[in-house]
Design a protein around this ligand. Sequence first.
Ligand code: HEM
Length: 289
Amino acid sequence: MLRLSLGLAILFTYIVMIWGGAVRSTDSGLACPDWPLCYGSFQIPKDTSAKLEMGHRTISGLAGIFVFLTFFLVWFKHKTSPKSAKIASAIALLFTISAALTGMKMIKSEAPNLKYVSHMFLESFHIYESMIILGALIFTYRFLQEENYRGEGIPLWAYVFAITTMITGVLVRYTGSGEACGHEWPLCNGKLIPDLNDWRVALQFAHRNIAYVTWIAFLLNMITNFNKTSLMAFIFINIQFVFAISMVLSGFFLPLVFLDTAMGFFLFSWLTYNLQVKFTAEKGLKPAW
Ligand code: HEM
């Protein structure tokens, strides 16, 4: 039961994140002007944008239910679960509640319009909340089955580079800076080093450069510590590059924007699952399943 609930919580949270990306890319964020219902009704709306937005809310509701169930099972049904798993599941629940409140605030303040800095802050913060929920759920899973941990994983220093790239990527998107370099790569507005007086250009340029450093970090990690995990990590980073560059060069062709988001958050999940964390196993505890 716990395994199923946690698996569904992870799956639905991931779907919510890429679905949210689709809502954003199609400018459907305000298609339902009220919250939590759409036009005050449980009925499926006719308009496609409203359907997308309502679908996003429905799936996030399902994710919330399974996050709560997981928390309940870890704390009250599997009382011998490691403390670390209990804390991780509590963090997932706390941020789920906070994400629901931020979602409501976003609709009420019309944040999807990205008119003001506060809008951009709220939208980006909402994605960071989702990343914390997903990360905490993955850690819950890992802490519950710590016996199976193989030990060969992604070192923290490489992980930090990847996360910094993701954090700046989210900012690029939710400050509306996606097209600040035009539809060009490797150049940005016709130059190798663009005019950085425009903060949107500077932000996108920073994101690109941090991504290059991340690429080098994962290459070095693979060379110095060659194993299946370091090889896979380098392959996934390259796939992310292919999607990101194709998205920019295609002028933000929607399916490529979608793939870029889906791969970005898959990469986040996979790296978190494989992050090298030293477990101090609590003696006498068995995995919860
Ligand atoms: C390690 C490689 C990279 C990672 C992990 C990464 C990660 C991300 C993430 C997580 C987002 C936000 C997606 C969302 O919220 O839906 C993003 C957005 C973005 N990234 Fe990257 N990125 C990488 C490389 C690149 C490169 C090389 C470029 C330039 C060609 C690039 C250009 C962009 C742009 C333009 C956006 C905004 C998309 C939009 O406005 O819809 N990224 N990135």
